[in-house]
Design a protein around this ligand. Structure first.
Ligand code: ADP
Ligand code: GN1
Ligand code: MG
Length: 355
C-alpha cells in the first residue's frame, strides 16, 4: 500500500494530535469521504478529506456532528470524538476541507454480515442510537442534504440522468431502467406518511450500513455508530430499511456474480430481533407495518441512485472501476425484487417479534 505520509503530513500536523506523525494510509470502504488512518508514536487517528460536493457546507456539517456527539457522550454512549485543529476549529478549511477523529481502537467493521449474531447486534445498536436521540432537539440540526430519502425526488433525478444520458450508457442497462420505471408507484409511501403525519418524524441516522458501525473486535458487540454526516430528521423505516438493504444480502453490495446475491430472511429476522428489542417501547403500529416496505424502498432507492450516477458519469459515489456503479445498481435491484416478493414473510417475522 502506498504510504501517503509525505503528501498529507502537513495536513495532519495542523490538528491537535498527540505525538509525532509516523504514517498515513488509506483506510476503510466508505463511498463518500476519503479516509486515512494516521499513526503517531502515541495514538491512531482517522483523518478524512471531506466530500464538499456531497456536503457543500462543512461548517454546518461539523456543527451537526459536534452537537450529536456531545449529546450522545452525555448519555454515556461511545461515539466519534472530533479532534480540533491547533486553532481549535472542528475542521481544517483550505483547497480541500479535512477533519480528524480519534481512532476507536479494538473494533472492526464488516462489509457483509459474518453471521446472524453480529447483524442482530448491529440492529440493537441502531435501535439504541434511535432511542438515544429521541430527546435530541432536532431544531438545532441543519438539514444537511435536504430530501435525502425522498424517493420520488430520487426517482425524478434518475429520470433526468436517463434523459440526459451524457455518457451514452443507457443502452447497457435497459433491464435495470425498465425495472425502476415499472415500479414508480411504489416509491411514495414514506414521504407521504411523513407529510400527513401517519409516520412520525424522528432524528435518524439515514445511512445505517453495517460498515457504519464499529463492532468490538473481541466480543462482536456494537461499540459505536459512526458516519454521522447524515443525521437528520427522517423516518425510522429509513434506518431499519437501509441496514437490511446492505446487511441482509448474501453478498457484497458490489458483487458482480448476481447468482450469489439474495435477500436473506434469516438475516432479516436477526436484524429485526435486535432492532425491535431496542425500539419496542416507541415504535408506532404504522412504523411496524412499514418496516418490510422500508427495506424494499431503501434498496430500490439506492439502486436508482447508483444507476443515476452510472448514467451521469460517476460523479457522486467513489468507484474503483468503470462499471462499479452499474454492478452496485444490479445487486440492489435484484435484492429489491426479492424483497418485494417477500413482504408477507417479512411481515410475519415482524409480528412474531413484536405484537
Ligand atoms: P464515508 O462517509 O466515506 O462512508 P466513514 O466515516 O464511514 O466514511 O469512514 C469510512 C470507514 O472508516 C468506516 O467504514 C470505518 O471502517 C472507518 N472509520 C471511520 N471512523 C472511524 C473511527 N473513528 N475509528 C475507527 N474506524 C473508523
Ligand atoms: C454512501 O458514506 P457511505 O459510504 O457510508 C451514501 C449512502 C448510500 C451508500 C451506499 C452521504 O454511504 O446514502 O446508501 O453510500 N452516503 C451519502 O453504499 O450519500
Ligand atoms: Mg460510511
Amino acid at each position: 500500500m502506498t504510504d501517503y505520509t509525505k503528501e498529507y503530513k502537513e495536513v495532519a500536523e495542523r490538528f491537535a494530535l498527540l505525538g509525532e506523525v509516523q504514517t498515513i494510509c488509506p483506510y476503510g470502504e466508505g463511498h463518500i469521504n476519503v479516509t486515512y488512518l494516521v499513526t503517531t508514536d502515541r495514538k491512531r487517528y482517522i483523518m478524512q478529506k471531506m466530500n464538499t460536493s456531497v456536503f457543500p457546507d462543512s461548517e454546518k456539517l461539523m456543527k451537526n456532528i459536534c452537537a450529536v456527539t456531545e449529546y450522545l457522550k452525555a448519555r454515556g454512549a461511545e461515539t466519534l470524538s472530533v479532534v480540533p485543529t491547533k486553532e481549535g476549529d472542528p475542521f481544517l478549511k483550505g483547497d480541500a476541507n479535512w477533519r480528524v477523529y480519534d481512532f476507536i481502537e479494538d473494533t472492526v467493521t464488516y462489509q457483509t454480515a459474518p453471521n446472524e449474531e453480529v447483524f442482530s447486534n448491529s440492529g440493537r445498536a441502531f435501535g439504541e442510537f434511535q432511542n438515544d436521540l429521541s430527546g435530541f432537539d432536532a431544531s438545532v440540526l441543519f438539514d444537511i442534504i435536504p430530501k435525502f430519502h425522498d424517493t420520488p425526488k430520487r426517482f425524478r433525478d434518475f429520470k433526468a440522468a436517463l434523459a440526459a444520458d451524457v455518457c451514452g450508457r443507457a443502452k447497457d442497462c435497459e433491464k435495470e431502467i425498465s425495472f425502476l420505471l415499472a415500479h414508480e408507484e411504489t416509491y411514495g409511501a414514506a414521504v407521504e406518511g411523513l407529510a400527513d403525519g401517519t409516520l412520525p418524524l424522528r432524528v435518524t441516522h439515514n445511512d445505517t450500513k453495517l460498515n457504519n458501525i464499529l463492532m468490538d473486535a473481541k466480543t462482536n458487540r456494537a461499540r459505536a455508530v459512526i458516519d454521522l454526516d447524515t443525521v437528520m430528521p427522517g423516518s425510522m423505516i429509513f434506518d431499519f430499511g437501509d441496514s437490511i438493504r446492505f446487511g441482509a444480502s448474501t453478498a457484497a453490495e458490489d458483487e458482480r456474480d448476481l447468482s450469489k446475491v439474495h435477500f436473506s430472511l434469516k438475516l432479516f429476522r436477526a436484524y429485526a430481533e435486535g432492532y425491535c428489542s431496542a425500539v419496542k417501547g416507541s415504535i408506532t403500529p404504522r412504523e411496524k407495518e412499514l418496516l418490510p416496505y422500508g427495506a424494499y424502498l431503501m434498496t430500490a432507492e439506492c439502486g436508482m441512485r447508483f444507476l443515476a450516477d452510472y448514467l451521469a458519469g460517476d460523479t457522486y459515489f467513489a468507484n474503483k472501476y468503470e462499471e462499479h456503479n452499474l454492478v452496485r445498481a444490479r445487486t440492489q435491484l435484484k435484492l429489491a425484487e426479492e424483497m418485494k416478493n417477500s413482504f408477507q414473510e417479512m411481515a410475519k417475522i415482524i409480528s412474531e417479534i413484536i405484537d
